[in-house]
Design a protein around this ligand. Structure first.
Ligand SMILES: Cc1cc2nc3c(=O)[nH]c(=O)nc-3n(C[C@H](O)[C@H](O)[C@H](O)COP(=O)(O)O)c2cc1C
Length: 195
């Protein structure tokens, strides 16, 4: 697949089956993640692989964190949260190693990890795998981050669920360029100037 075709055809895949990428394919995907732009060469990426039997242990972490956040969490919600991580053939937790007080702003350090995550998604797609980036309350929960070895100021930015597309993947509609791209010609765009 040509590089640009890969970028233009990537789509998030929530319905995943085995196999997950492994061995050389997984190494290449992870290497792509480390090819993201990185202001100051801080290398903030911390990609944590959760697979095989470790998924059950991580599901236990997710359940304990959910129960701590909401002691009345209903059983179906607990099952849903556990299942998300139990069913994914591979989970890549996205950690950001943050340097506070550095001349490179924290926002740029986070962007470098986001760019790395995007490279992971594109590389997985290029090799025929499917993936989706999810976050939610689990990603924001300090107990989940701590279980993954991340302590403040380091951050957990979410999880990539990775595997093989379980079925046909529908191509999503993408926004029109006109809604998101303007050409700046040296004066305020008229839509702003009118305000
Ligand atoms: C930082 C981040 C967090 C996200 N968290 C979730 C999530 O928790 N649940 C979800 O269904 N989609 C989440 N998404 C959106 C999906 O990853 C995906 O982008 C969306 O379903 C659109 O699909 P597409 O990537 O094919 O355009 C998140 C996206 C980003 C960038």
């Amino acid at each position: 697949m040509q590089a640009l075709d890969t970028l233009l055809s990537r789509v998030s895949v929530g319905a995943l089956a085995e196999p997950a990428p492994s061995g050389e394919a997984l190494d290449r995907i992870l290497q792509a993640g480390l090819c993201a732009p990185d202001h100051g060469g801080l290398a903030p990426w911390r990609f944590m692989l959760i697979r095989g039997a470790a998924r059950a242990a991580f599901a236990d972490v997710i359940e304990a964190a959910l129960r701590a956040r909401d002691p009345d969490a209903p059983a179906p919600l607990i099952d849903k949260q556990r299942g998300k991580f139990l069913r994914a053939p591979l989970v890549i937790a996205l950690g950001a190693r943050i340097r506070e007080g550095h001349k490179v702003p924290v926002a740029e350090q986070l962007l470098a990890v986001g760019a790395g995550a995007m490279n992971l998604l594109n590389a997985a797609h290029a090799l025929g795998f499917g993936a989706i980036w999810v976050s939610g309350a689990n990603a924001a929960d300090p107990a989940v981050a701590a279980a993954l070895g991340l302590a403040p100021p380091d951050r957990l930015l979410g999880f990539l669920l990775v595997g093989t597309p379980a079925g046909t993947v529908a191509a999503p509609g993408r926004p029109a360029l006109t809604a998101h791209v303007t050409e700046w010609k040296g004066a305020c765009p008229s839509e702003h100037a009118a305000a």
